[in-house]
Design a protein around this ligand. Structure first.
Ligand code: ADP
Ligand code: MG
Length: 699
């Protein structure tokens, strides 16, 4: 890797962005395309050919031979199918061609992507449609064209289409709000997202030596290491050389794709790290987060490592999440969640804040569902992760403002703005108006909200679809009232205070990880879905269908199909995990322990034949304990096998998912306990897979 290149030179060097467009497109075409991008308008068919041809020339100059429509089916990961630019021209010759038609529309065989009943397998047709609002880019010799993916009947089969629709919804409703405050300049309101990404790096050899890791992405067995994260010495610690080299290359690869990877550091758990980009428009942030995850995985083997993106690769130490920092701003550059110098007097800010509070309270179930996956179930509610209950943390100053509005009392502004560190060598620094609350699932952090429930391996689209649409609903409700008001100012005050009162229950500033909060939340009537299948049940509740249909974000059919897919993927993931456990038990652990017992027995015999009556107390005790555990393991294995077979026989995915949650997971836990206990009694060399200590401390 040459380190001499300057970052500004390589940044976005593989992206067909506005600079490249300006340079390569006729002025009129460039303007029209820009308008399409900025305003979320439909592309003018006439210019597609010109854009396609310019894209192709640019791509070929950068070494590309193929193009692919790149889309986000409901698998959680991205999909691509590559075609060469090649077109035969007769006489055995070919030219490099790429038409507007090929740019705008693709037709991959959709039959193997999840559709949740939207499409029978014989109706294989699916369409991909160019999304001009996300830049095309070059990767591995292909021109990547971000697209939406839909069925023959026009239903969205992806995460991107509803995301774009939700951005339109919040734009329309948001414009009504800013107009009320006399803003006539803003033409579009966009939501912005910065997704902080946590991940683990372990030695590749360890990864390959464990079937649970390479089939399931997380360990299903493993006794805790004697050292975990209790010393808190890994957090922000110095980067190990191998990790540092990996991060440098990762940054550079992402920069080339125009992804502004900005912050990197060690996280709390051993072997855990984080990368944060600079925020961007939500659809772009979503694409970029998916690419970031892809590169994290792809580059690790080059450094002899494996990257784990699972939410809970190791029991007993922190899992990984994705902090979805969300805000909204106008195309004139105003962040609508910026409180300004005197937040108490900034009525537009207070209204927007109230809109978010109302949205999160009314659609807390949807937000929870957006972070509900089999993998994230292992993390949420753990002692480092937000609990399964949604609540909002506002911070001291906003809390006081909100309270004074609700109680109708005078608000006295806090005065301490600067803090001195007690030494002249260090200048006084400005104190943030609020301290951090690390335990809140939805925290206000100065000029944005941070949704911390999202799992590290998830696509962030659904969380943002929910946020955008729910806030659009608040905006639209508020605009209905305010547009009809005779006295705007008093109507505004009344609206804010009524809504803050009505949705006060969602605000919580204490420790969200405590038992007391769980009880308190129940008293407040907040929902608490501990496991994903419980949450999925509510996706198609009447109020939720009404929400998405009102704003044209998802039809009832599209929602029902997604609900199906939630259950289906939960079931499949749990089934693979159960089968992996069964296999590892019989083919790895039982043979290893049984062999170790034989060795101990042989040792005892050898000792006794050398010296009659010699003390073999130690060996005998271990032989006895391990033999008992072996039986226990075998019984637990049979039990798991039985419930797994029952689960496999269920026709309905929903029923199967609930059965996994209620009946299979407890059996998986029991089997794990028996095996982990054997691990602690077996010689290190005799244990067939790398231990927790090896995996988390060997980089
Ligand atoms: P914190 O220390 O609270 O995590 P940072 O400033 O490090 O805050 O930001 C965390 C993430 O939030 C980054 O990805 C950053 O780009 C993003 N972010 C900052 N401002 C906004 C905004 N207005 N909208 C969306 N994301 C934002
Ligand atoms: Mg953060």
């Amino acid at each position: 890797m040459e380190m001499r290149e300057r970052i500004p030179d390589i940044f976005a060097s593989r992206v067909f962005n506005e600079d490249v467009m300006r340079e390569r497109l006729p002025k009129e075409v460039y303007k029209s395309l820009l308008n399409t991008i900025a305003m979320g308008k439909e592309i003018d068919a006439g210019i597609a050919d010109i854009v396609a041809s310019a894209m192709k020339d640019w791509a070929i100059e950068h070494g590309a031979t193929h193009f692919t429509h790149w889309f986000q089916p409901l698998t959680g990961v991205t999909a691509e199918k590559h075609d060469a630019f090649l077109t035969p021209v007769g006489g055995g010759k070919a030219i490099m061609e790429f038409s507007g038609k090929e740019l705008i529309k693709g037709e991959p065989d959709a039959s193997s992507f999840p559709s949740g009943g939207l499409r029978a397998t014989f109706e294989a047709r699916g369409y991909t449609a160019w999304d001009p609002a996300s830049y095309a880019f070059i990767k591995d010799g292909s021109l990547y064209i971000p697209t939406a993916f839909c069925s023959y009947g026009g239903e969205a089969l992806d995460t991107k289409t509803p995301l774009l629709r939700s951005m339109d919804a919040i734009n329309e409703a948001g414009l009504r709000i800013v107009r009320l405050f006399g803003d006539t300049a803003t033409e579009r309101i966009v939501t912005t997202v910065g997704a902080e990404q946590e991940y683990f790096l372990i030695d590749e050899a360890d990864f390959k030596a464990r079937r649970d890791l390479f089939y399931c992405g997380r360990t299903l067995f493993g006794a805790p290491a004697v050292k975990g994260q209790e010393l808190e010495d890994h957090y922000f610690g110095a980067l190990p050389a191998r990790v540092s080299a990996y991060m440098q290359e990762l940054d550079r690869e992402l920069w080339k794709l125009g992804i502004s990877a900005k912050t990197k550091h060690n996280e709390a758990a051993p072997a855990q790290h984080e990368l944060a980009p600079i925020f961007s428009t939500t659809n772009i942030a979503t694409d970029q987060n998916l690419l970031t995850m892809e590169y994290m995985k792809k580059l690790a083997p080059k450094y002899g490592m494996a990257c784990l993106l699972a939410e809970k690769p190791f029991d007993g130490i922190n899992g990984s999440g994705k902090h979805n920092n969300w805000s909204l701003s106008t195309d004139t550059g105003v962040n609508l969640l910026k409180p300004g110098k005197i937040p108490a007097e900034n009525k537009q800010f207070l209204l927007v804040l109230t809109a978010v509070i109302k949205a999160v309270d009314e659609y807390q179930d949807l937000l929870r569902i957006s972070a509900a996956t089999a993998g994230n179930d292992c993390r949420l509610g753990g002692n480092e992760a937000p609990p399964a209950i949604i609540s909002i943390f506002l911070g001291d100053e906003l809390d006081m403002i909100v309270n004074s509005i609700i109680e109708g009392s005078e608000y006295s502004k806090k005065t301490t703005k600067y803090m001195s560190l007690g030494t002249h060598a260090i200048p006084s620094i400005r104190r943030d108006t609020t301290d951090r609350n690390r335990t809140s699932p939805f925290a206000f952090t100065g000029n944005k909200f941070e949704f911390r429930m999202v799992g590290s391996s998830q696509n962030i689209a659904l969380s943002n679809i929910v946020l955008n649409t729910a806030v659009a609903k608040s905006f639209s409700d508020f605009a209905d009232v305010l547009e009809a008001a005779d006295d705007f100012d008093s109507a505004l005050d009344k609206l804010i205070s009524e809504n803050l009162k009505a949705h006060r229950r969602i605000l919580f500033a204490g420790n969200s990880y405590s038992k007391e909060w769980e009880e308190e939340a129940e008293r407040r009537g907040l929902s608490n879905f501990k496991c994903s299948p419980e949450a999925y049940e509510h996706f198609t509740d009447e109020k939720n269908i009404a929400l998405f249909e009102k704003f044209g974000v998802m039809s009832e059919t599209e929602m029902r199909s997604r609900r199906e897919i939630f259950f289906e993927s939960y079931r499949k993931i749990k089934s693979i995990e159960a089968k992996t456990m069964l296999e590892m038990t019989v083919r790895d652990f039982i043979p290893a322990v049984s062999k170790y017992i034989s060795e101990l027995c042989e040792g005892v015999n050898a000792k006794r034949s050398a010296i009659k009556n010699i003390d073999c107390h130690c060996e005998e005790a271990i032989i006895e304990s391990l033999s008992a555990l072996l039986s226990k393991t075998f019984t637990a294995h049979s039990e798991l096998e039985r419930v797994q077979n029952t689960a496999a026989g269920k026709k309905c995915d929903e029923e199967a998912a609930l059965y996994y949650m209620n009946s299979v997971i407890p059996k998986m836990d029991a089997l794990r306990r028996a095996v982990d206990k054997m691990e602690t009694l077996t010689a290190r060399d005799a244990w067939p897979v790398p231990s927790y200590g090896d995996m988390t401390f060997r980089i």
